[in-house]
Design a protein around this ligand. Structure first.
Ligand code: PMT
Length: 222
């Protein structure tokens, strides 16, 4: 990243998975390691931004100079992000937020009983969509993690959630995606797109931050 492309800007980034509790000892989660979001935080810092990270439970070292708020559930992540979004210039939603959480969190450990059982899940609130709807919304960058039809789903997220940019990545493949050292992006904005090929997540983060800075500066600092 060229030095200073995000100078004097506040960048808010979400990273990692969420945990949706069923009872005191069990939860639903996903394979996000937080690596991509933490790499973006480091790259944004190197570009001169003031960086805040809202992080799910991960095993990543805290990048020096980045303010981190730790959360567990999608609801906690929603509150932590919305608390900062309206005074941020850029929001990057790299977290793998649960789409559904259990309707009831049992106070005591669920006992093994019937041969089959089921869970009733409720949609979580969409952090990205609600950030984009703020009257004082930051430039909003969403992610799309897809196993199929990546472009169609990414375009749908771009228009439905009304965000400025979508960084889409293939997941569930041999290389890249969740819990991998490498990743690649197909990036979409309202009248353009570009590809960032498979590389180390730190390198990829620098490239994505540079694209975000270009788009932000085109829009806001002419
Ligand atoms: O953490 P790593 O191991 O390094 O892996 C990186 C990654 C694969 C997790 C990352 O690159 C990535 O793709 N993150 C988004 C994962 C995801 O949940 O994608 P999605 O297509 O389900 O969600 C689309 C967007 O909506 C995301 O920006 C997500 O943060 C956001 N979302 C989803 C649900 C919700 N309730 N609120 C949201 O804001």
């Amino acid at each position: 990243t060229k030095a200073g492309v995000l100078q004097n800007l506040k960048v808010l980034i979400s990273a990692g998975p969420t945990r949706e509790y069923l009872d005191p000892v069990r939860f639903i989660t996903n394979r996000s390691s937080g690596k991509m979001g933490y790499a973006l935080a480091t790259a944004a810092l190197r570009a001169g931004a003031q960086v805040s990270l809202v992080s799910g439970p991960v095993n990543q070292p805290a990048p020096m100079g980045v303010e981190i708020v730790f959360v567990e559930t999608a609801a906690e992540m929603y509150d932590a992000v919305l608390a900062q979004a309206d005074h941020s210039d850029i929001y990057i939603g790299a977290a793998a937020v649960a789409d559904y959480s259990p309707v009831a969190v049992e106070k005591t450990k669920i006992k093994k009983q019937a041969e089959q059982t089921s869970l009733i899940l409720q949609k979580t609130k969409d952090i990205l969509a609600d950030v984009a709807l703020l009257s004082n919304a930051p430039f909003t960058v969403g992610f799309a993690a897809e196993t199929n039809d990546l472009e169609a789903y990414a375009q749908e997220k771009l228009y439905k959630k009304n965000v400025g940019m979508i960084a889409a990545n293939w997941v569930g493949r041999e290389q890249g995606g969740f819990d991998s050292e490498q990743n690649a992006f197909e990036i979409f904005w309202h009248n353009g797109r570009t590809s960032l090929p498979m590389t180390d997540k730190n390198q990829l983060a620098e490239q994505l931050i540079s694209i975000i800075a270009t788009k932000f500066n085109e829009k806001n600092r002419v």
